[in-house]
Design a protein around this ligand. Structure first.
Ligand SMILES: Nc1nc2c(ncn2[C@@H]2O[C@H](COP(=O)(O)OP(=O)(O)OP(=O)(O)O)[C@@H](O)[C@H]2O)c(=O)[nH]1
Ligand SMILES: [Mg+2]
Length: 309
């Protein structure tokens, strides 16, 4: 029997970029992301190897309804960036019209927030025993399965196998941030530093001379007890996600191609854009976090009794 999926809590303060980071890890805009007030409902994303069990991302809501994420034929906005809206349209209104355009996507997301309002109670645990979850096949998971739980800092105190803590680089050193670091240290004390990683997200918003690399790591660790200091990775989830959507979306590629040489010239500039996107992903910290997830998985398979399930 294959082992159960590794359960990873991905948690941070509101707007730290938790949902964006989960999307960047899976390489698709599946979870709603927003600058608007209001915290995402606690959501579980099951990451499964591509081609296994499900052929396409599927949304499961806590009331038992589910919907596949697929391109709706005839939509005016074929980009994968709109897939979150399309994904969420299905279960809320049976036979809903295909999502067309950004306004429709926004309306659907607003509906979803209302519909799921009950699951987003103050402690993030909600009133439903099982939060909505999405099943997403991804290429990099090879044979492993994960459940990524997108939630507030409170889930760091709960029973997960591993913890990915998201800090906002532009709001370090706040009282709230100190509380998140305390929870991260406590989780590290429970499961060990090999099962916790701190992602300092939004590093793209830093400026020359800001903390980076070793000095940033020391700065974060200085605010944690010595026994609870996990690895620190600098991330830019937004740009990693944007770049993977750009690379993975034929419609975007065609648009870029047209923009790159409107007079019908050679493909050199479009090639440079693709290389730029690949470079952006490589520098975003996201590939490193995927490797971390895979390491956590192999450690869990070797030591199944070390988990905190
Ligand atoms: N510049 C920059 N913006 C980011 C980054 N990650 C996320 N954002 C932006 O931050 C905003 C909030 O992102 P979300 O992923 O919704 O944040 P969250 O932590 O899930 O927030 P809630 O669940 O709503 O509390 C969005 O506008 C994202 O595009 C990043 O790495 N860099
Ligand atoms: Mg969120």
């Amino acid at each position: 029997m294959s082992p159960p999926p590794l359960r990873v809590a991905v948690a941070g303060l509101p707007k730290a970029g938790v949902s964006t980071l989960v999307n960047a890890l899976i390489g698709a805009a599946v979870l709603p992301v927003s600058t608007l007030e209001g915290v995402s409902p606690l959501t579980e994303v099951a990451v499964v190897p591509a081609g296994e069990t499900v052929a396409e991302p599927t949304l499961h809501l806590s009331d038992g309804t589910r919907a596949a994420v697929r391109e709706s034929p005839g939509t005016a906005e074929p980009s994968r960036a709109a897939s979150a809206g399309r994904l969420l349209a299905g279960p809320l209104a049976a036979g809903a019209a295909p999502v067309t355009g950004a306004d429709r996507v926004r309306a659907v997301l607003a509906d979803l927030r209302r519909a799921l309002g009950a699951t987003a109670s103050a402690d993030g645990r909600g009133e439903h025993p099982s939060p909505p979850h999405v099943v997403v096949p991804v290429g990099w998971a090879a044979s492993e399965r994960f459940v990524l739980v997108d939630g507030p800092p409170g889930i760091l105190a709960g029973p997960s196998d591993a913890f990915l803590v998201v800090l906002d680089y532009t709001h370090l050193d706040t009282v709230e941030d100190a509380r998140v670091l305390r929870l991260a240290a406590e989780a590290t004390a429970r499961v060990g530093p090999g099962r916790v990683t701190i992602a300092v997200n939004r590093v793209d918003q830093g400026e020359d001379g800001d903390l980076a690399g070793e000095s940033l790591r020391r700065h974060v660790h200085a605010r944690m007890p010595a026994a609870g200091r996990p690895p620190v990775v600098e991330t830019s989830a937004r740009w990693a996600l944007a770049a993977s959507l750009l690379l993975g979306d034929d419609a975007h590629a065609a648009t870029l191609d047209a923009l790159a040489h409107p007079m019908g010239g050679g493909a050199a500039d479009a090639g440079a854009l693709s290389r730029g996107a690949e470079h952006t992903i490589a520098a975003s910290g996201i590939p490193e976090l995927r490797q971390t997830l895979l390491r956590w998985w192999s450690a869990a398979v070797r030591a199944p009794h070390g988990t905190t399930r």
